[in-house]
Design a protein around this ligand. Structure first.
Ligand SMILES: C[S@@+](CC[C@H](N)C(=O)[O-])C[C@H]1O[C@@H](n2cnc3c(N)ncnc32)[C@H](O)[C@@H]1O
Length: 282
């Protein structure tokens, strides 16, 4: 995903930025588990206890454009943006501080640790905007929509809470559907053109950039429903194909837009297919 990353300005010193925008960064999220809605709420003028109505997560928030815009629109909701890239957190925190919003905070953290950052039922919505696709089978566990992560999200979501995925990648979207099903989620809404269907949703940095390059946005809104089918040892069996190549259309010449992160793969496959007799699924 690096091709879209803007170059860092010459005078960018990460530590200095993290310190300057520290008011919008929570480096020890586990301290707040179970009390985010109260602990992050500004004190009321009367000194009484106040809390946000909801806590929502922007997982893999990048530089936080979506998180800050969403927070600006719903001031009674606490938005927590999480990303494992400290540079992203520095930029996101800068946006939060400059916006003067007090309902947005950024966490330098990883999806695997979500259950230590939040208590069961504490989160009402998890946004997954343009998650890194990790196309290769060996990297599939890193996908934010991998079964293991969807099972983690179930643990922190409140009753009726949901996951909203948006992506430019048809292969990632198709793979994610298999994972939602295995993890026992019910699909409440899906779209092959989310910008057309929900034009007023806040837009993320990747959505804006990739749409300008011709992407349409695939989306799924899913809610934990029935318990997933578990093996005797308690695990949920992974039965889906893990390489995103397996979710590409059979005829690559029909693909007008190549999803971000798969350009190299698609070019290689097209070249091999031109040479004839190539079976990509082997
Ligand atoms: C393609 S960017 C999308 C950023 C933003 N959501 C947007 O739409 O503009 C994906 C982001 O997810 C972050 N990320 C990927 N896997 C993650 C994980 N397991 N935990 C936390 N952040 C992750 C990356 O660092 C990157 O900033």
């Amino acid at each position: 995903m690096h091709a879209l990353h803007a170059r860092l300005p010459k005078n960018f010193v990460l530590e200095e930025r993290l310190e300057r925008y520290a008011d919008a960064i929570e480096p020890s999220p586990a301290r707040y588990a179970g009390r985010w809605a109260e602990a992050c709420h500004p004190l009321s003028p009367e000194g009484g206890l106040s809390r946000f109505d909801e806590v929502r997560l922007d997982m893999g928030c990048g530089k936080g454009a979506f998180t800050v815009e969403a927070a600006n629109r719903e001031k009674n909701v606490l938005f927590v943006g999480i990303d494992f890239e400290p540079i992203c957190i520095a930029y996101a925190a800068q946006k939060a501080v400059e916006s003067k919003l007090d309902n947005v905070v950024f966490v330098p953290g990883v999806a695997d640790k979500l259950c230590s950052y939040f208590d069961a039922g504490e989160v009402s919505r998890i946004y997954l905007n343009f998650p890194t696709p990790f196309p290769r089978k060996k990297d599939a566990r890193g996908r934010l929509t991998h079964l293991d992560n969807l099972l983690r999200y179930r643990d922190v979501l409140a009753d009726g809470g949901s996951v909203l995925l948006k992506t430019d990648s048809y292969p990632l979207w198709s793979f994610s559907k298999t994972q939602f099903e295995l993890a026992g989620y019910r699909v409440d809404w899906e779209s092959t053109d989310a910008r057309r269907d929900r034009p007023r949703d806040p837009i993320s940095w990747y959505e804006e950039r990739l749409s300008a390059q011709g992407a349409t946005v695939f989306a799924t809104l899913a809610t934990p429903a029935q318990e997933p089918v578990r093996e005797i040892d308690g695990t949920v069996a992974q039965t889906a194909s893990l390489s995103l190549v397996d979710y590409l259309p059979e005829d690559l010449s029909t693909m007008e837009y190549v999803p971000h992160g798969m350009q190299g793969t698609v070019t290689n496959l097209r070249n091999l297919e031109k040479k004839g007799n190539f079976n990509r699924h082997l």
